[in-house]
Design a protein around this ligand. Structure first.
Ligand code: ZN
Length: 383
């Protein structure tokens, strides 16, 4: 039996400074006994903090975060299994939940499945921590420049470990589409880290045009959730002028939608300027058109072999159409399955992609510049 047995730690609140000086997830307040290192173990239900003692700290959290649903959890050191812990903390959770839901937080409800805010109470110390659910915002982006990447650009030089070249971040984020869109949303939500999830991505020198590519920005630990989407999109587009833009409306999204768009396997339509090493044959347009309906076999391209496993993938070419510009160049419109390497489909990649434009034309060709004209995929929030 410890000296603390049967004695509820004094729950005088230690001043931990104003909210803006605390880091997210820090306890809002710590009772003096715990702050002095008081040891409490094997809590019994009657040793739980009294609801009225933890309530002020919970109400302070309620002022700090925007949320419509919440869930209270009680952590009990030494309470045994998760189930025992859950049972032992139940009287406190139920008392608090009833007080908050019925009287103190009208309009906010207890949600056991997807609460926007979880409130963790440490039974031993009486400390209260806020754990906000991430905020997900979906939309489509266009990438208008051939000088910025769509997402964070992994630094292969240091293997992502961080080094002086990449400012010890392991990646280059400056000027990526993800940053141009993600940062303003992160700031508006007053959130922690943000993540930019795209339904695929382009190479840095490829533009993404048309109706754009679906993306979701995930913001960790947001303090605000109802954001002025329309105004934010306008601000993002003004700031990212000539580089990128939000195409169409921003919409609320979910974690499940992140999985969905990452697994999206829609076809894409590309527009490319193709140039030939020698004059094109007279029937060039017909030869390019004959690739419509072809199934191509692509070995892992030479240029990405250092980061992709070696394998042969087959992809269907739904449409291939040429508009000849002059003796050595044409505009190529091609619609192909997700994951088709278009640059290699043109060049043939030294025989690693077959058939190819080079093979069909009998003249070596390369893509001079490439745009994605359409991503044929409807995101979950677009139905
Ligand atoms: Zn580096």
């Amino acid at each position: 039996m410890g000296p603390d047995e049967g004695h509820r730690p004094e729950l005088r609140v230690r001043d931990v400074g104003p909210a803006r000086h605390r880091r997210r997830g820090d306890p809002v307040a710590v009772p003096e006994a715990a702050a002095r290192g008081g040891r409490v173990s094997m809590m019994r239900p009657e040793q739980l903090p009294a609801p009225e003692d933890v309530l002020p700290r919970i109400l302070a959290i309620g002022e700090e975060y925007e949320f419509a649903s919440f869930l209270i959890g009680v952590r009990m050191e030494g309470a045994g299994s998760h189930e025992e812990c859950s049972r032992a903390g139940r009287p406190l959770k139920e008392a608090l939940g009833a007080m908050l839901e019925r009287r103190l937080w009208p309009g906010r409800t207890v949600d056991f499945r997807r609460p926007e805010l979880q409130i963790h109470i440490d039974a031993a110390t009486g400390a209260v921590a806020a754990v906000p659910a991430p905020l997900f915002i979906g939309g489509r982006y266009v990438k208008l420049a051939r000088t910025i990447s769509s997402t964070h650009w992994h630094h292969f030089g240091c293997g992502g470990r961080g080094c002086p070249v990449c400012s010890f971040r392991g990646h280059f984020a400056e000027g990526s589409v993800g940053e141009l869109i993600g940062r303003p949303l992160q700031a508006a939500a007053d959130g922690g880290k943000y993540y930019f999830h795209g339904a695929g991505r382009e190479d840095i020198d490829v533009r993404m045009l048309g109706t754009g590519r679906p993306f979701i920005v995930e913001i960790a630990a947001p303090r605000r959730r109802s954001l002025p989407y329309e105004r934010l999109a306008a601000e993002i587009n003004a700031a990212a002028r000539n580089l990128a833009a939000v195409a169409g409306p921003l919409r609320p999204a979910t974690a499940a939608m992140v999985t969905a768009i990452k697994e999206a396997a829609g076809e894409k339509t590309y527009l490319a300027t193709v140039t030939a090493a020698r004059p094109l044959p007279a029937d060039a347009a017909a030869r390019v058109g004959a690739l419509t309906g072809a199934v191509v076999a692509q070995e892992t391209p030479h240029r990405v072999r250092h980061r992709r496993a070696e394998l042969v993938r087959t992809r269907a070419i739904a449409e291939s159409f040429a508009t000849v510009l002059d003796a050595r160049s044409f505009i190529w419109q091609v619609r192909a399955g997700a994951g088709t390497y278009i640059k290699e489909l043109a060049s043939g990649d030294g025989g690693r992609t077959r058939p190819s434009l080079t093979e069909a034309l009998g003249v070596p060709v390369v893509i001079a510049d490439l745009d994605v004209a359409a991503v044929h995929y409807r995101a979950p929030w677009e139905y």
